[in-house]
Ligand binder design. Structure first.
Ligand code: NAI
Ligand code: MG
Length: 493
């Protein structure tokens, strides 16, 4: 299904009229202390979708206090782990039952085509179900000890977590932060981006409906400078989980040092996608196009540097350009849209800034390179060639539907070029040769390497960055390590 149904549109309308002006603190919806609200825009039309409460420092204090009370309440601390799992299953079921409404909220707020939003909501359901299996499986070890000593370890929760998420793919970002918090017995104050807070607020309603104890999950839209900074500085927060730009990630890491919080960071990328001459070219080309245009290029892990082996460069580059020309730009609620709008005006301007940079550095514009329509933040999907790997166009995260095509002669050269970046989030390899695939996968400095596919993320597998793409991992067993700490108990017998 590509277009939202009438009853789904009506449900979203109802939510936007009733449900967005409040913050979720201590299991209740409350106005912000300052009573301040901000308009949230639809980037396809530039019209106001809703007014949303804007949290300030006082609201952060209230929410952290509530999360601390919830954390210290035996009702949560001593809860049967199976029961924590049941809450996660219940939340997953509620998200599934309201999938289309949640997808439409993200499409209206963030811009993503409705079919992609719906696929993301299904991934959110999977994420909550995955984490439902964890609470009863957390365990420690019995240590090898000399004679009269007995010692063992436990994995215990951290306490109150602060979660800060960006404006791209807001619903799945919220799920990646909230689900592990619940699974491992922590509590959380989540700050969605003030630009795209709607699906997180609706998730807050569903979490209340699930019966999860009050204060375990608190949701506060607010700005980074005010609510975000207050979370990072707060004494009673044990960990900050952040997704966003590398620049803000670095500043969070340094601010968090004064209270020595744990910090996990999912940051930017400029991921290489490498097409060898022996690849299934039909598949490689089709996926390579999706891998840099998905969500209008607003994704940390997208394959925006496409390396193509010289022997097939002409064919592959021409076919990529031809496919990009076919993509339909438009509103995410229209049936045949491939590329929705950029999510906000700052980003819209930033992407256009790179078109100027491309011109200045003499890159060849093959397709796109301009805005589309006279309303909404639309940008045509864009491909540049004649780009050197050390240029700004090939090194900086543009966060728009923009790829550079770079030829290479052999494996050694492409490994060197692919790794020649400050980032290290994702990488793609297209080849039919098993040895090439494994050798190159081993050589690439990236947290996720895809072979003959791209973009596939599953909660079973850890996700995160090498180098300046981040610290720590989300999802998979690694997230258990990120959301718990080890206690050693040592007994003299
Ligand atoms: P950002 O990094 O400022 O925003 C991400 C989140 O951090 C938002 O919730 C924001 O309110 C919060 N934040 C901002 N400053 C903060 C602070 N000092 N303390 C605590 N929280 C703070 O990203 P922005 O400015 O919206 O976008 C800038 C660029 O970053 C984009 O052009 C894009 O290139 C990149 N970006 C990358 C993302 C990724 O997932 N890799 C996500 C969003 C942006
Ligand atoms: Mg918006």
């Amino acid at each position: 299904m590509n277009e939202p149904r009438q009853d789904v549109i009506a449900a979203v309308k109802h939510f936007l009229e009733q449900g967005t002006k409040l913050l979720l603190i201590d299991g209740q919806w409350k106005p912000s202390s300052s009573k301040q609200t901000i308009p949230v825009l639809n980037p396809a039309t530039e019209s106001v979708l809703a007014e949303v409460a804007l949290a300030d420092r006082c609201d952060v204090d209230l929410a952290v206090a509530a999360a601390k009370r919830a954390y210290e309440d035996p009702n949560w601390t001593d809860m049967d782990p199976h029961q924590r799992g049941l809450y996660l299953i219940k939340i997953a079921d509620l998200v599934e039952q309201n999938a289309e409404e949640l997808a439409l909220l993200d499409t209206l707020d963030e811009g993503m085509p409705f079919s992609d939003s719906l696929a993301m909501v299904k991934d959110v359901v999977k994420t909550f179900r995955y984490y439902a299996g964890w609470p009863a499986r957390v365990h420690g070890f019995t240590n090898a000890s000399p004679g009269a000593i007995f010692s063992y370890t436990n994995r215990e929760p951290l306490g109150v977590c602060g979660a800060i998420i960006p404006w791209n793919a807001p619903f799945i970002m919220a799920a990646w932060k909230i689900a592990p918090v619940i699974a491992f017995g922590n509590t959380v104050v989540l700050k969605p981006s003030e630009l795209t807070p709607l699906s997180a607020l609706r998730l807050g309603e569903l979490i209340l409906e699930s019966g999860l104890p009050r204060g375990v999950v608190n949701i506060l839209p607010g700005t980074g400078a005010e609510a975000g900074a207050a979370l990072v500085a707060h004494h009673d927060i044990a960990k900050i989980a952040f997704t966003g730009s590398t620049a803000v990630g670095k500043s969070i890491l340094s601010s968090a040092s004064s209270t020595l919080k744990k910090v996990s960071l999912e940051l930017g990328g400029k991921s290489p996608n490498i097409i060898f001459e022996d690849a299934d070219l039909d598949q490689a080309i089709q996926v390579a196009v999706k891998a840099f245009t998905f969500n209008t290029g607003q994704g940390c892990v997208l394959g925006t540097r496409i390396f193509i082996q010289e022997s097939v460069y002409n064919e592959v580059s021409q076919r990529i350009i031809a496919q990009v020309k076919q993509l339909k730009v438009g509103s995410g609620v229209e049936n045949d849209t491939d590329i929705g709008p950029i999510t906000n005006i700052n980003q819209f301007n930033k992407v256009q800034g790179y078109f100027k940079i491309a011109q200045e550095q003499g890159a060849t514009l093959e397709v796109g390179g301009e805005t589309y329509g006279d309303k909404g933040y639309f940008i045509k999907p864009t491909v540049f060639t004649n780009v050197s790997n050390d240029s700004r166009l090939a090194q900086e995260e543009i966060f728009g539907p923009v790829a550079v095509l770079i030829p290479f002669s052999d494996e050694k050269e492409v490994i060197q070029k692919a790794n020649d970046t400050n980032y290290g989030l994702g990488a793609g390899i297209w080849t039919r040769n098993l040895s090439t695939a494994h050798r190159v996968a081993k050589a690439l400095n990236a947290g996720t390497v895809w072979i003959n596919t791209y973009l596939e993320v599953d909660p079973i597998a850890p996700f995160g960055g090498y180098k300046q793409s981040g610290m720590g991992r989300e999802l998979g067993q690694d997230s258990m390590l990120e959301y718990t700490q080890v206690k050693t108990v040592l007994i003299r017998l």
